[in-house]
Design a protein around this ligand. Structure first.
Ligand code: CP
Ligand code: NVA
Length: 299
């Protein structure tokens, strides 16, 4: 049995074939082909934070695959009233075929996985968002081919998405420049934990120079809402705008996991412009996670 808590849970070869499989599943879906490898299988979806893309993509994936899903919010479960994660993991996993969890502490998904009898998928924690990276890597490949050897620039907060980009730099073989304000760098332990070319900057223009892919995310993540004002001031120089895109490679792509705040971390002309692939990136959550569910759950 395998879990998907970070990108490091799959080998580079497994990740690469998963991305190719996602592209095949996308073609099948667009052709209207019925494919139901998870007939009668059930995915439990534990959400302790909000979601649009992750919920809709996992739920649609299970329906299209012939199975079903159960949406569990803290308001509805005993987990939300303090039932231990260990007990919840034993019970929930005894009744379903896979569990997807979006929560705060990364240790919670690790504990759940330890006591679960079925595969556990990290659907975002404070530390990582590996499912988003599957979609991002699929999107880069469909627009530009292999990302190996390319340069990616991450601009903004050294957050969960940034950490998953650090893992992806190792697993997919790209060079990663990270530009953050002082004090908002990614975890040094996560940077030290990969065998990849990672460079940290405090100047977004130097970091973005000649980059093949420009990526950003909100300045205040879920759980940091009260820091919004303070971060708006501190991150002002880290907006992705026309100037940022002008120093990147001429055919650079722009990605954002969404939801986006136009006029904050990215200008409308960039996110709604020609180099932006954010809508394909969002749609690919469905196809990439179908490939993941098939990998983890289909016999
Ligand atoms: N990108 C992403 O995970 O979006 P949601 O928060 O809407 O699921
Ligand atoms: N960094 C963001 C990603 C949202 C999909 C957050 O954690 O809120």
């Amino acid at each position: 049995m395998r879990h998907f808590l970070t990108l490091k849970d799959l080998s580079p070869a497994e990740l690469s074939s998963l991305i190719d499989r996602a592209a095949e599943l996308k073609k099948m879906q667009h052709a209207g082909e019925i494919y139901q490898p998870l007939k009668n299988k059930v995915l439990a979806m534990i959400f302790e934070k909000s979601s649009t893309r992750t919920r809709v993509s996992f739920e649609s994936a299970m329906i299209q695959f012939g199975g079903g899903s159960i949406f569990l919010s803290p308001d509805d479960t005993q987990l939300g009233r303090g039932e231990p994660v260990e007990d919840s993991a034993r019970v929930i996993s005894s009744m379903v075929d896979a569990v997807m969890i979006r929560t705060f502490e990364h240790s919670k998904v690790e504990t759940f996985a330890r006591f679960s009898s079925v595969p556990v998928i990290n659907a975002l924690t404070d530390d990582y968002h590996p499912c988003q990276l599957l979609a991002d890597m699929q999107t880069y490949k469909e627009h530009r081919g292999d990302i190996r050897g390319k340069t990616v620039v991450w601009i903004g907060d050294g957050n969960n998405m940034c950490h998953s980009y650090i893992n992806a730099a190792q697993q997919f073989g790209f060079k990663l420049n990270i530009a953050t304000p002082v004090g908002y760098e990614p975890s040094q332990a996560i940077v030290n934990g990969v065998d990849a070319e990672i460079s940290l900057f405090h100047d977004p223009i130097i970091a973005a120079t000649d980059a093949d892919l420009v990526v950003t995310d909100v300045w205040a993540s879920m759980g940091q809402e009260e820091e919004q004002r303070k971060r708006e001031a501190l991150f002002a120089d880290f907006q992705v705008n026309a100037q940022t895109m002008s120093v990147a490679a001429q055919d650079a792509l722009f990605m954002h996991c969404l939801p986006a705040h136009r006029g904050e971390e990215v200008t409308a002309d960039v996110i709604d412009g020609k180099q932006s692939v954010v809508w394909d990136e969002a749609e690919n959550r469905l196809h990439a996670q179908k490939a993941l569910l098939e990998f983890l759950c289909a016999n």
